[in-house]
Design a protein around this ligand. Sequence first.
Ligand code: ZN
Length: 230
Amino acid sequence: MTDLATPPMAARPAPVAQPVPARYKDCTVLAIGAHPDDLELAIGGTLAKLQKSGARVVMAVVSVPGDYAVRRREAEQAAAILGCELRVLVDGGAPKRIEDMKTYELVKVLDGVVKELSPAAVLTHGPSEFHHDHVLVYDAAIATQRLRYFDFFSYHPNFCRPVPVQFHPRAYVDISDTIEAKMEAIAVHQSQFGNRGLPIDIYRDIARMNGRIVGVQYAEGLDVGRMLLA
Ligand SMILES: [Zn+2]
């Protein structure tokens, strides 16, 4: 029997992805990572894409552990490849460990950069990170949301050697046109990869897997903390 009261729904086209970078054109995007290389590994393609789309992108590295001169130089080279501005937030010209800071000191540092830049979006570590420094930065970063409204995203947990981590992206950025810049920016962190004999192709693999989920060649996944849809 045919239900005449319920006409069949007309076929509708699938939603067309809107270019997220246009959302931040002429705005400042603040990316916060605990250490040099964290941002490149997780969102290097996204940052390059945002910059190419007209955003001012600030890569804020909280601290430089290890060999300060080497890692600072690598961070500068990587930021230049991605076309972004590098900031080292806790920078006395010497190595510094985030765990040595009081929680309120770290919050104050992140508050300061958010107040100065008034970002339209902040991207930082998520709560499921393997490295405790990363979790500390996440905890301090979420507190900055009280200062003003901005979109807030978390990115894929970082590691030099693969470890089991929980991460469930809710949004994806198509980085098919910036994947090579991302890989180039990662490669300059020789002290973390090449000099230790660690391959970097896993980051291309992760981007490829994320891309297949959303039907593009390469993508980076983000968890959405808050985002205003107007
Ligand atoms: Zn790190």
